[in-house]
Design a protein. Structure first.
Length: 88
């Protein structure tokens, strides 16, 4: 659901906070930036995803490829479900 997207992104950041600290300590880094994002089943992304995309210097093509992948997987899941559903 789209309305859960910001909450999902916040949960991901919280869950990966300890991991990022551990990586920072293992590699003895002064700074470590972890950009986590969430894409909905319909391919919607949060504003922070676009901001992170710009900060990393990646093109919007990455976004399009990610959205296409998510949409295709969603379609596959729906088709699989409907294919296994009993006929009326």
């Amino acid at each position: 659901m789209i309305h859960n997207l910001p909450r999902t992104e916040t949960e991901k950041i919280t869950k990966h906070d300890n991991l990022s600290l551990e990586i920072k300590n293992i590699w003895k880094l002064n700074n470590l930036y972890v950009y986590l994002s969430a894409i909905s089943a319909g391919g919607v992304v949060t504003e922070s995803f676009l901001i992170h995309l710009q900060k990393t210097g990646l093109t919007k093509n990455i976004l399009r490829v990610g959205q296409k992948t998510i949409l295709l997987q969603t379609c596959h899941t729906v088709r699989k479900f409907l294919g296994n559903a009993p006929s009326p």
